[in-house]
Design a protein around this ligand. Sequence first.
Ligand code: HOZ
Length: 425
Amino acid sequence: MSRNLELFERGKQVIPGGVNSPVRAFGQVGGTPRFVKRAEGAYFWDADDKQYLDYVGSWGPAILGHAHPEVVKAVQDAAVGGLSFGAPTEGEIEIAEEICKLLPSVEQLRLVSSGTEATMSAIRLARGFTGRDLIVKFEGCYHGHSDSLLVKAGSGLLTFGNPSSGGVPADCTKHTLVLQYNDVQQLADTFKEVGDQIACVILEPIAGNMNLIKPSAEFVQALRALTEQHGALLIYDEVMTGFRVALNCAQGLHGITPDLTTLGKVVGGGMPLAAFGGRADVMAKIAPLGNVYQAGTLSGNPLAVAAGLTTLKLIQQPGFHDTLGARSAKLAAGLADAARDAGVAMSTDSVGGMFGFYFSDTVPTSYAEATRCDIARFKAFFHAMLDEGIYLAPSAYEAGFVSIAHSDALIDDTIAAARRALARL
Ligand code: HOZ
C-alpha cells in the first residue's frame, strides 16, 4: 500500500477528513493526498519519496522556493533566543517599518498570525471606525473563515448573504452584502441605495480563490470612488497577492490607495504571520489607543517575524518580480499553446508569481464564469500532471503559484509534461 494512502487512512482516525484544511483532502479531484515529507526549492517529496515540482508553494508563501537557506537560518537563529514572549520585540518594529516602507497606503499596522485574523480584525476596525454595520464582499472572493465573511454566492442586487457554512447563524451574515466581481453597475446601484450604511468593501484585488481572476480597471476605480464618496472604507485583502504580484502589491499595480490592507502568506515567509494596516487615523481606533479590541498571544511571534523579514529583504533584490512575472507568463503562454495544439479548450492568465488555467475558451471575469469551466477535464488533467511529477492545486478554483526557484528550464519541463498530459485527456 502507498505510504500516502496509509497516512491518509491513519489521519482520518484522529483528524476530520485526515487533513487540517479541507482542500488538502483532494475532495474535488479524488484520489490520495500527497503527504509532504520534505521540500526544497521548487520541489517537495511525498511519503513515498516521489518528487514533485510544486506549483502550490504552501498556497503562496513559498515565493523564494521551499526552505530557502537564509530564511531557515534566520528562523534557527531566532529560535535560539526564545520561541514566544507575549511581550514586544524590536523585530516586530523592523518588519512593520519594512512593510510601511514598501506600501505607502500602510501608515501603521498590526501583526497577527493568520490571514483569517487579519481580515476579521480589519472588518471589525472598519465597523468601529465608521460606526456602520454593513459590509460588502464579492462572490467567489475568500477572506478567511470568520463568521461574517463566510458567505457564499448571494447573487442579485442587495442579496444579503446566507451563511455558506454550518455553524454560522444567519444573524452573523445578515450585514454582509454579496455582489458580483467586476460588476460596476451593481456596485453603483448598491451604493446609491445603502451607501451611507456601508462600513467597508473588502475584495481580493486579484482573486485567487475562484481560480485567478483579475478585476477591470473600471471596477477598481469605481470601488475607490464610491467608497470615498460614501464614507466607507476600502479594504484590499492582499493576503494572497501581497508582495507576490509585485513588490508594491496589487494596489501598486492598480494605482489604488486603499484605506486598509490585509497581508499574509509571503509576509510570513512560510511561518504563521499576517498583518492588517492602513490609514493612521483608522488604525488609531485599535486598542490600546481606541475602543476596537484585537489581541493575540502569538501575534508578532519572533520566529515568524524572522522568516518574514528575511523574505521581504530577499524579494527586494533587483529584478526579482520581473523574473518571477516572466516565468509565470511563460508558463501561462506555454500551457495555452499546448492546449491549442492538443485541441483542448483551455485559456490561461498570469500576474507576477500567480497563474491560472481554465478549461474554457475565455478567461473568466467572475465567479459565475469560473464555475462554467470543465471540471471533469480539470480533474483528468490534474491527475495526468501528478503522474508526470507536477503538483498543481487540487481544486479548479485555486490560483497557481510560481516561485523564483522555478527556473526557465523547469517551466519548459512543465510545459512539456502538460503536452503529454493533454494528449492523454
Ligand atoms: N483555501 C486555502 C487556499 N486558498 C487552503 C489553504 C490550505 O489548505 O493550506
